[in-house]
Design a binder for this molecule. Sequence first.
Ligand SMILES: Cc1cc2nc3c(=O)[nH]c(=O)nc-3n(C[C@H](O)[C@H](O)[C@H](O)COP(=O)(O)OP(=O)(O)OC[C@H]3O[C@@H](n4cnc5c(N)ncnc54)[C@H](O)[C@@H]3O)c2cc1C
Length: 391
Amino acid sequence: MSLATALPAPTWITEELVQFQDSVDHFTADQVAPHYEAWEQQGMVPRALWNALGEHGFLNCDTPEEYGGLGGDYRHLAAVMERFSYDGYATIAGSMIGVHSGIVAHYILNNGSEDQKRRYLPAMARGGKFAAIAMTEPGTGSDLQNIKTTARADGNGYIINGSKTFISNGQHADFIIVVAKTDSQVSGSKGTSLLIVDTDAEGFSRGRNLDKIGLHSADTSELFFDDVRVGGDAVLGEVNNGFAVLMNELPRERLVLASGAIAAVEGALAWTIDYVAERQLFGQSLAQFQNTRFKLAEMLTEARVTRAFIDHCTDLLVAGTLDTATASMAKLKASELQGDVTDGCLQLFGGYGYMREYPIGRAFVDARIQRIYGGTSEVMKEIIARDLLGR
Ligand SMILES: Cc1cc2nc3c(=O)[nH]c(=O)nc-3n(C[C@H](O)[C@H](O)[C@H](O)COP(=O)(O)OP(=O)(O)OC[C@H]3O[C@@H](n4cnc5c(N)ncnc54)[C@H](O)[C@@H]3O)c2cc1C
């Protein structure tokens, strides 16, 4: 069995998308590979990389042309994001393509006013404006209904107070979708709204770029809102109904994470298959030991089965029928598998796997967050069980 047979292309890949992925490969070889390690050391990528991604059509490729996108669908986004993920460039796949294009652009496209769409989407597609979404606070992550950030109505606008943490793209962001309570008298999911805050607004400040154990080139920040005034036109969707927007976007958000995860799994396996064939010990190649063969056989089988489910979810999303519980299964399975496979592959690299110069070590630490952000594995299980059994 060749590598192409062991890890076949996704079922939804077309000739056009293969060419699109080829253009990602050229871009990566030319503009990413020579610099990625330096960006990891610096703790963030340069803004020029965002501009370059925009110039090459890799940002917002699944938003309509009238808003500056390529007019593709989720498969275009997945083709680009998966390619970066397969090659081990998790910051580009996750924060730049995933959060910016895969999540924030669709919040605006699906829920924004015409003015909001025109103001943000074309600039996002060009790589001129960078986006973040801020839900998590120091006191609450999974329990999002318990957020403390407020947006108090004042005249025809709102005044925002509070703080957020762990926000991807927080240092780079030119605007942020902020989840805040607009009615503190009601509890639970009610009285919450989404507001678009431009980061040049008075009273907004960024904390430090947080020091993480992985994803080193992805900037992740605390954000502070001290009497930040925004107009009434900053509300995304309906006032006090922000949870409805959040819920509607969940299937896509979870699939974005799952698509990145399965591609990272496939990339890690491809490097490892090459490595075990080359590495010689005890007078034979590492590939000839039964343990290596069984481990790779198990991991490949898991990868193929998971890929089939994610391709199925991709078809459902494109058809507009992917539900939150099914998308949560995809996120749960793919992100757990990513953890297992990057660990299992690193073990086969021995000590070299622990060295920065081998990408498997970086893939291992970058994989760890996938089971936590975008909803933890435990929260995914809750959602799946609730869908099956009720509360
Ligand atoms: C690198 C990075 C990037 C991030 N990017 C963003 C971003 O761009 N925007 C954003 O808003 N947030 C972001 N986050 C935050 C992330 O989404 C949260 O960390 C995550 O949702 C978990 O919340 P928490 O950290 O508060 O953990 P907690 O919610 O305190 O969870 C602690 C533990 O409790 C478990 N738990 C929680 N609820 C249940 C339950 N009902 N049943 C059983 N167990 C449960 C969890 O699974 C976990 O094991 C990011 C985080 C990191 C580390």
